[in-house]
Design a protein around this ligand. Sequence first.
Ligand code: PRX
Length: 571
Amino acid sequence: MHTEKIPAREGNHNLQDYEKMRKTFSWDDMKKNFSWNETGKVNMAYEAIDRHAENPDTKDKIALHYSSPDREESLTFDDLKKSSNQFANVLKKYNVEKGERIFLFLPRSPEFYAAFLGILKVGAIAGPLFEAFMEQAVRDRLQDSEASMLITTPDLLERVPQDDLPDLKKIVLVGDSKETSDKYIDYDKEMKDASTDFEMEWVDLEDGMVIHYTSGSTGKPKGVYHVHNAMIQHYATAEWVLDLKKDDVYWCTADPGWVTGTSYGIFAPWLYGVTNVVRGGRFSPDAWYGTLDKYNVTVWYTAPTALRKLVSAGSEIPKKHDLSSLRHIMSVGEPLNPEVVSWGLEAFDLRIHDTWWMTETGAQLIVNIPSMEIRSGSMGKPLPGIEASIVDNEGNELPPNQMGNLAIKKGWPSMMRKIWKRPEKFESYFINGWYVSGDSAYKDEDGYFWFQGRLDDVINTSGERVGPFEVESKLIEHEAVAEAGVIGKPDPERGEIIKAFITLNDGYKESDELLEEIRQFIKTGLSAHAAPRELEVKDSIPKTRSGKIMRRLLKSWELGLPTGDTSTLEE
Ligand code: PRX
């Protein structure tokens, strides 16, 4: 049943004895790595940036190499401390208080990182939004969180439906703008006037830090709320899973609009004090290999969808680049195909380490670490300090090799602390003391976990999590669409693509133009990654008697699978 076993790579890895660490470790041991262990004063931004800026050995070390097609900059820990202090002063000037939700709708840029850290420094909660979001996606998130301030660009401002956002008091604009109302704050001007000194707002470990919105199978996206305490696990995984050494140059390819881009694009590398690479602009194999080469990246965290694209781009492009500095590669977000792992061994002479976790979990939970054997196709084993299992629907543990719910014993440091304003939703994740992930998996007799699929209708397209309800809701806003049912359809490169089934209102006839118009409606109204690649017109959409769309049935039809129990199907 099990595929290739790839032996551990020799070397002085941070975690040499996984089994021993599992037995002896307690989260309390990790706390000694933080200044608050002695001072009692907590703030993620301090631990990630200021602490290194205040140390003469690391003050002038490069914290951030930023590059995009039209801009390149390298900033030291001291530079980032100062720019985030300046932004924190701007926030204070406009009376931002601890606990307020301040959202960022910005391209990846040095300004993003200064603002994000500045928000943490005043004790406010940062809400990063993916740059590709369109109006509906922006509206849902800013409304639900009751965000009081937004940092964006004049271009992106068009997608901010201000009339629907009564709580949004101020908007900071990064870049030249003609706006004159005093609702707008000019980033460049305010930053120039702001002091580079700032009195940090010390918070409690359990105080809010970041909100990431993510999709479930029903309802609007939900605000997953994380607290400063998560740093304990970000640090632990930086050490064990990222295997960081002080001189590493680390690159996480994820956008900070998603949790990987904050937990592992900001917190983990900077808590560990390493040089962090951030690349703006779009994916291209040449640009990506070029980034690895240019900055001599040593540790790389990316996603199966990107790796699959590199595989299809062929073996000639990497030969044009010197990739010899690379020593450690990890992947997250979707199943990592064994073929890609084999390709990694050839292309880089390196193992690709799969890691499993979710927005809700805040940090890696099931991992492959360098000193562990990899079973190609498996997500690995639980992090020391984490108890993972396969449980049935009542939360009883199942024996090895039996498929069930992938579940984690409640209470790890980076676990979400709430779903914003929806306590019942938060509670619904937990059964019998287990956090139930919504993924199905099994565990083999040696303790390796094997991902099988989602148990709900959540779609994973190119590593991005899309809720079918959000797409369906937008589809029926189009005047031609009566009903809609949305599913994920397997795709060799993207993992899944979004397929929508629709019925048309009277007076509308199916045509290529109409279908394209509907697709564009989603693309420009919600976001490009949520736009269905396939649209099919049907006479009716199957629903249960209580009116729920039977996506499972749509999927079975689409894939030519047995339809299973249809007893609840409406006549
Ligand atoms: O289905 C699992 C899949 O991505 C989901 C979580 O998505 P999100 O909250 O957007 O977080 C993504 C990155 C942290 C999971 O429920 N997933 C994540 N990692 C893996 C995975 N599926 C298979 N293998 C993985 N390593």
